[in-house]
Design a protein around this ligand. Structure first.
Ligand code: PMP
Length: 409
């Protein structure tokens, strides 16, 4: 299937181990989007022309396929710019509700608590910081240990009778830790707290059924799952999504407007103000079709093998410290590490010079890196198209890094 990806033909010998940042796209996805733009492009949900009708069908059909891919109903999937946007829409909606602009179920009061983990991506941290600042709510978190791993006990200890929201990532983009979602949902239900799942790093790599998981809201991005960039999805349980105040307002999301007031459509349209990302939605639909053809269970097995090899290969390099769960513990196919005596950016440059693409830096998780005692790590992350050869190439290059920079002397 690697031949399905034009990137690899354009870069023979390239080792792409940065799929957690963004994934390469198969020709089927690129072509679906391009053909739609070439032949079928029109505005959606406005006007009554045949062109609009056909474009709207393609747009809504893509929504239905993405919804079914994650076990959601069609009206439970909102198109957003990306996962970051989806998480902001939830937090801003709650902020509006707290200001009296909508369903009081979403309103926070001073002293209410929002619970996250210390491992969150900034996208699932800063919107909650802002919500807390606007409402007087308190942000609390489950701490990570020296490996960057948090626990259900840590979550339980950080909870109280005032916990109203629990936001956490399904899979950490730094440590690869896989959250025990069912345990956290059970904790949340004891307190009637809302659950928000950052599913950015899970939906692309394993079968995920959001209804089965029982979370209230979730967010993911197309560009990490072989799809276009510029589009993501917000999932919400139907009765919640219909009641959450819309963070952004304007055209396409209303029923009746007067000079002083407006009424909003039900979900998903109430959250899609303005001209929608039409061709991106078509590409997103093609991406889930492609993933469905591969079969997510087969993909997860493949990535399990690659992830195990990646961890073993990197952990065996002298002078390299891997963060996150240890070998044998469940973790995703991504490995962040520290090379003793060499800055992560130098490691990245060294690998890049050998056509190996990885990510370096804090990976939008500064608090987690602070807890790990380092400002930055190097991350190798696999995707559907990753091979054991990619892993060996990385391992061989990594063995030379410390010698090259004189760190082994
Ligand atoms: N959460 C996690 C766990 C991520 O890995 C990312 C992407 N790095 C995001 C949120 C944000 O995704 P996006 O940039 O597509 O909004």
């Amino acid at each position: 299937m690697r031949d399905d990806f034009p990137y690899f033909a354009a870069h023979p010998g390239a080792v792409y181990l940065d799929s957690a940042a963004t994934a390469q796209r198969p020709a089927a996805v690129i072509d679906a989007e391009a053909n739609f733009v070439r032949r079928d492009y029109a505005a959606v949900h406005r006007g009554s022309s045949m062109a609009v009708g056909e474009a709207t069908s393609a747009f809504e059909d893509a929504r239905a396929r993405v919804a079914s891919f994650v076990g959601a109903g069609e009206s439970e999937i909102v198109w957003t710019q990306n996962a970051t946007d989806a998480l902001n829409i939830i937090a801003l909606g709650m902020s509006d509700a707290s200001a009296g602009l909508g369903d009081p179920r979403f309103a926070l009061e001073s002293g209410d608590e929002i619970l996250v983990t210390e491992a969150e991506h900034h996208a699932n941290l800063i919107p909650w910081q802002r919500l807390a600042a606007r409402t007087g709510a308190v942000l609390r978190w489950a701490p990570v240990d020296e490996r960057g791993v948090w626990t259900v006990d840590g979550m339980r200890e950080a909870m109280s009778d005032r916990t109203r929201v629990i936001a956490f990532s399904h899979v950490s983009n730094v440590t690869g830790q896989i959250a025990p979602v069912a345990d956290i949902v059970a904790l949340a239900r004891e307190r009637d707290a809302l659950t928000v799942l950052d599913a950015c790093q899970s939906v692309p790599h394993m079968p995920v059924d959001l209804a089965d998981l029982g979370v209230d809201f979730a967010a993911f991005s197309a560009h990490k799952m072989l799809g276009p960039n510029g589009i993501g999805a917000l999932y919400g349980r139907a009765e919640l999504l219909d009641a959450l105040p819309p963070a952004r307002t304007g055209g396409s999301m209303i029923t009746v407007v007067s000079m002083t007031e407006a009424e909003f459509l039900p979900a998903p349209n109430r959250f899609e103000a303005g001209t929608q990302p039409v061709s991106q939605a078509v590409g997103f639909g093609a991406a889930v079709d492609y993933l469905t053809r591969l079969a997510m269970s087969a993909l997860a097995r493949h990535e399990h093998e690659i992830g195990g090899a990646l961890l073993a290969e990197i952990a065996a390099v002298p002078g390299v410290r891997v963060v996150g769960p240890r070998q044998g513990e469940t973790r995703a196919a991504l490995v962040s590490f520290i090379v003793d005596g060499v800055h992560a950016h130098d490691v990245g440059q060294f690998l890049d010079d050998r056509s190996i693409t990885v990510r370096t830096g804090h990976h939008c998780a500064q608090p987690l890196h602070r807890a790990l005692g380092t400002p930055s790590t190097t991350r190798a992350s696999a995707g559907a198209y990753s091979t054991l050869d990619d892993v060996s190439a990385l391992g061989a290059a990594l063995r030379e890094v410390r010698g090259f920079f004189g760190a082994d002397r």
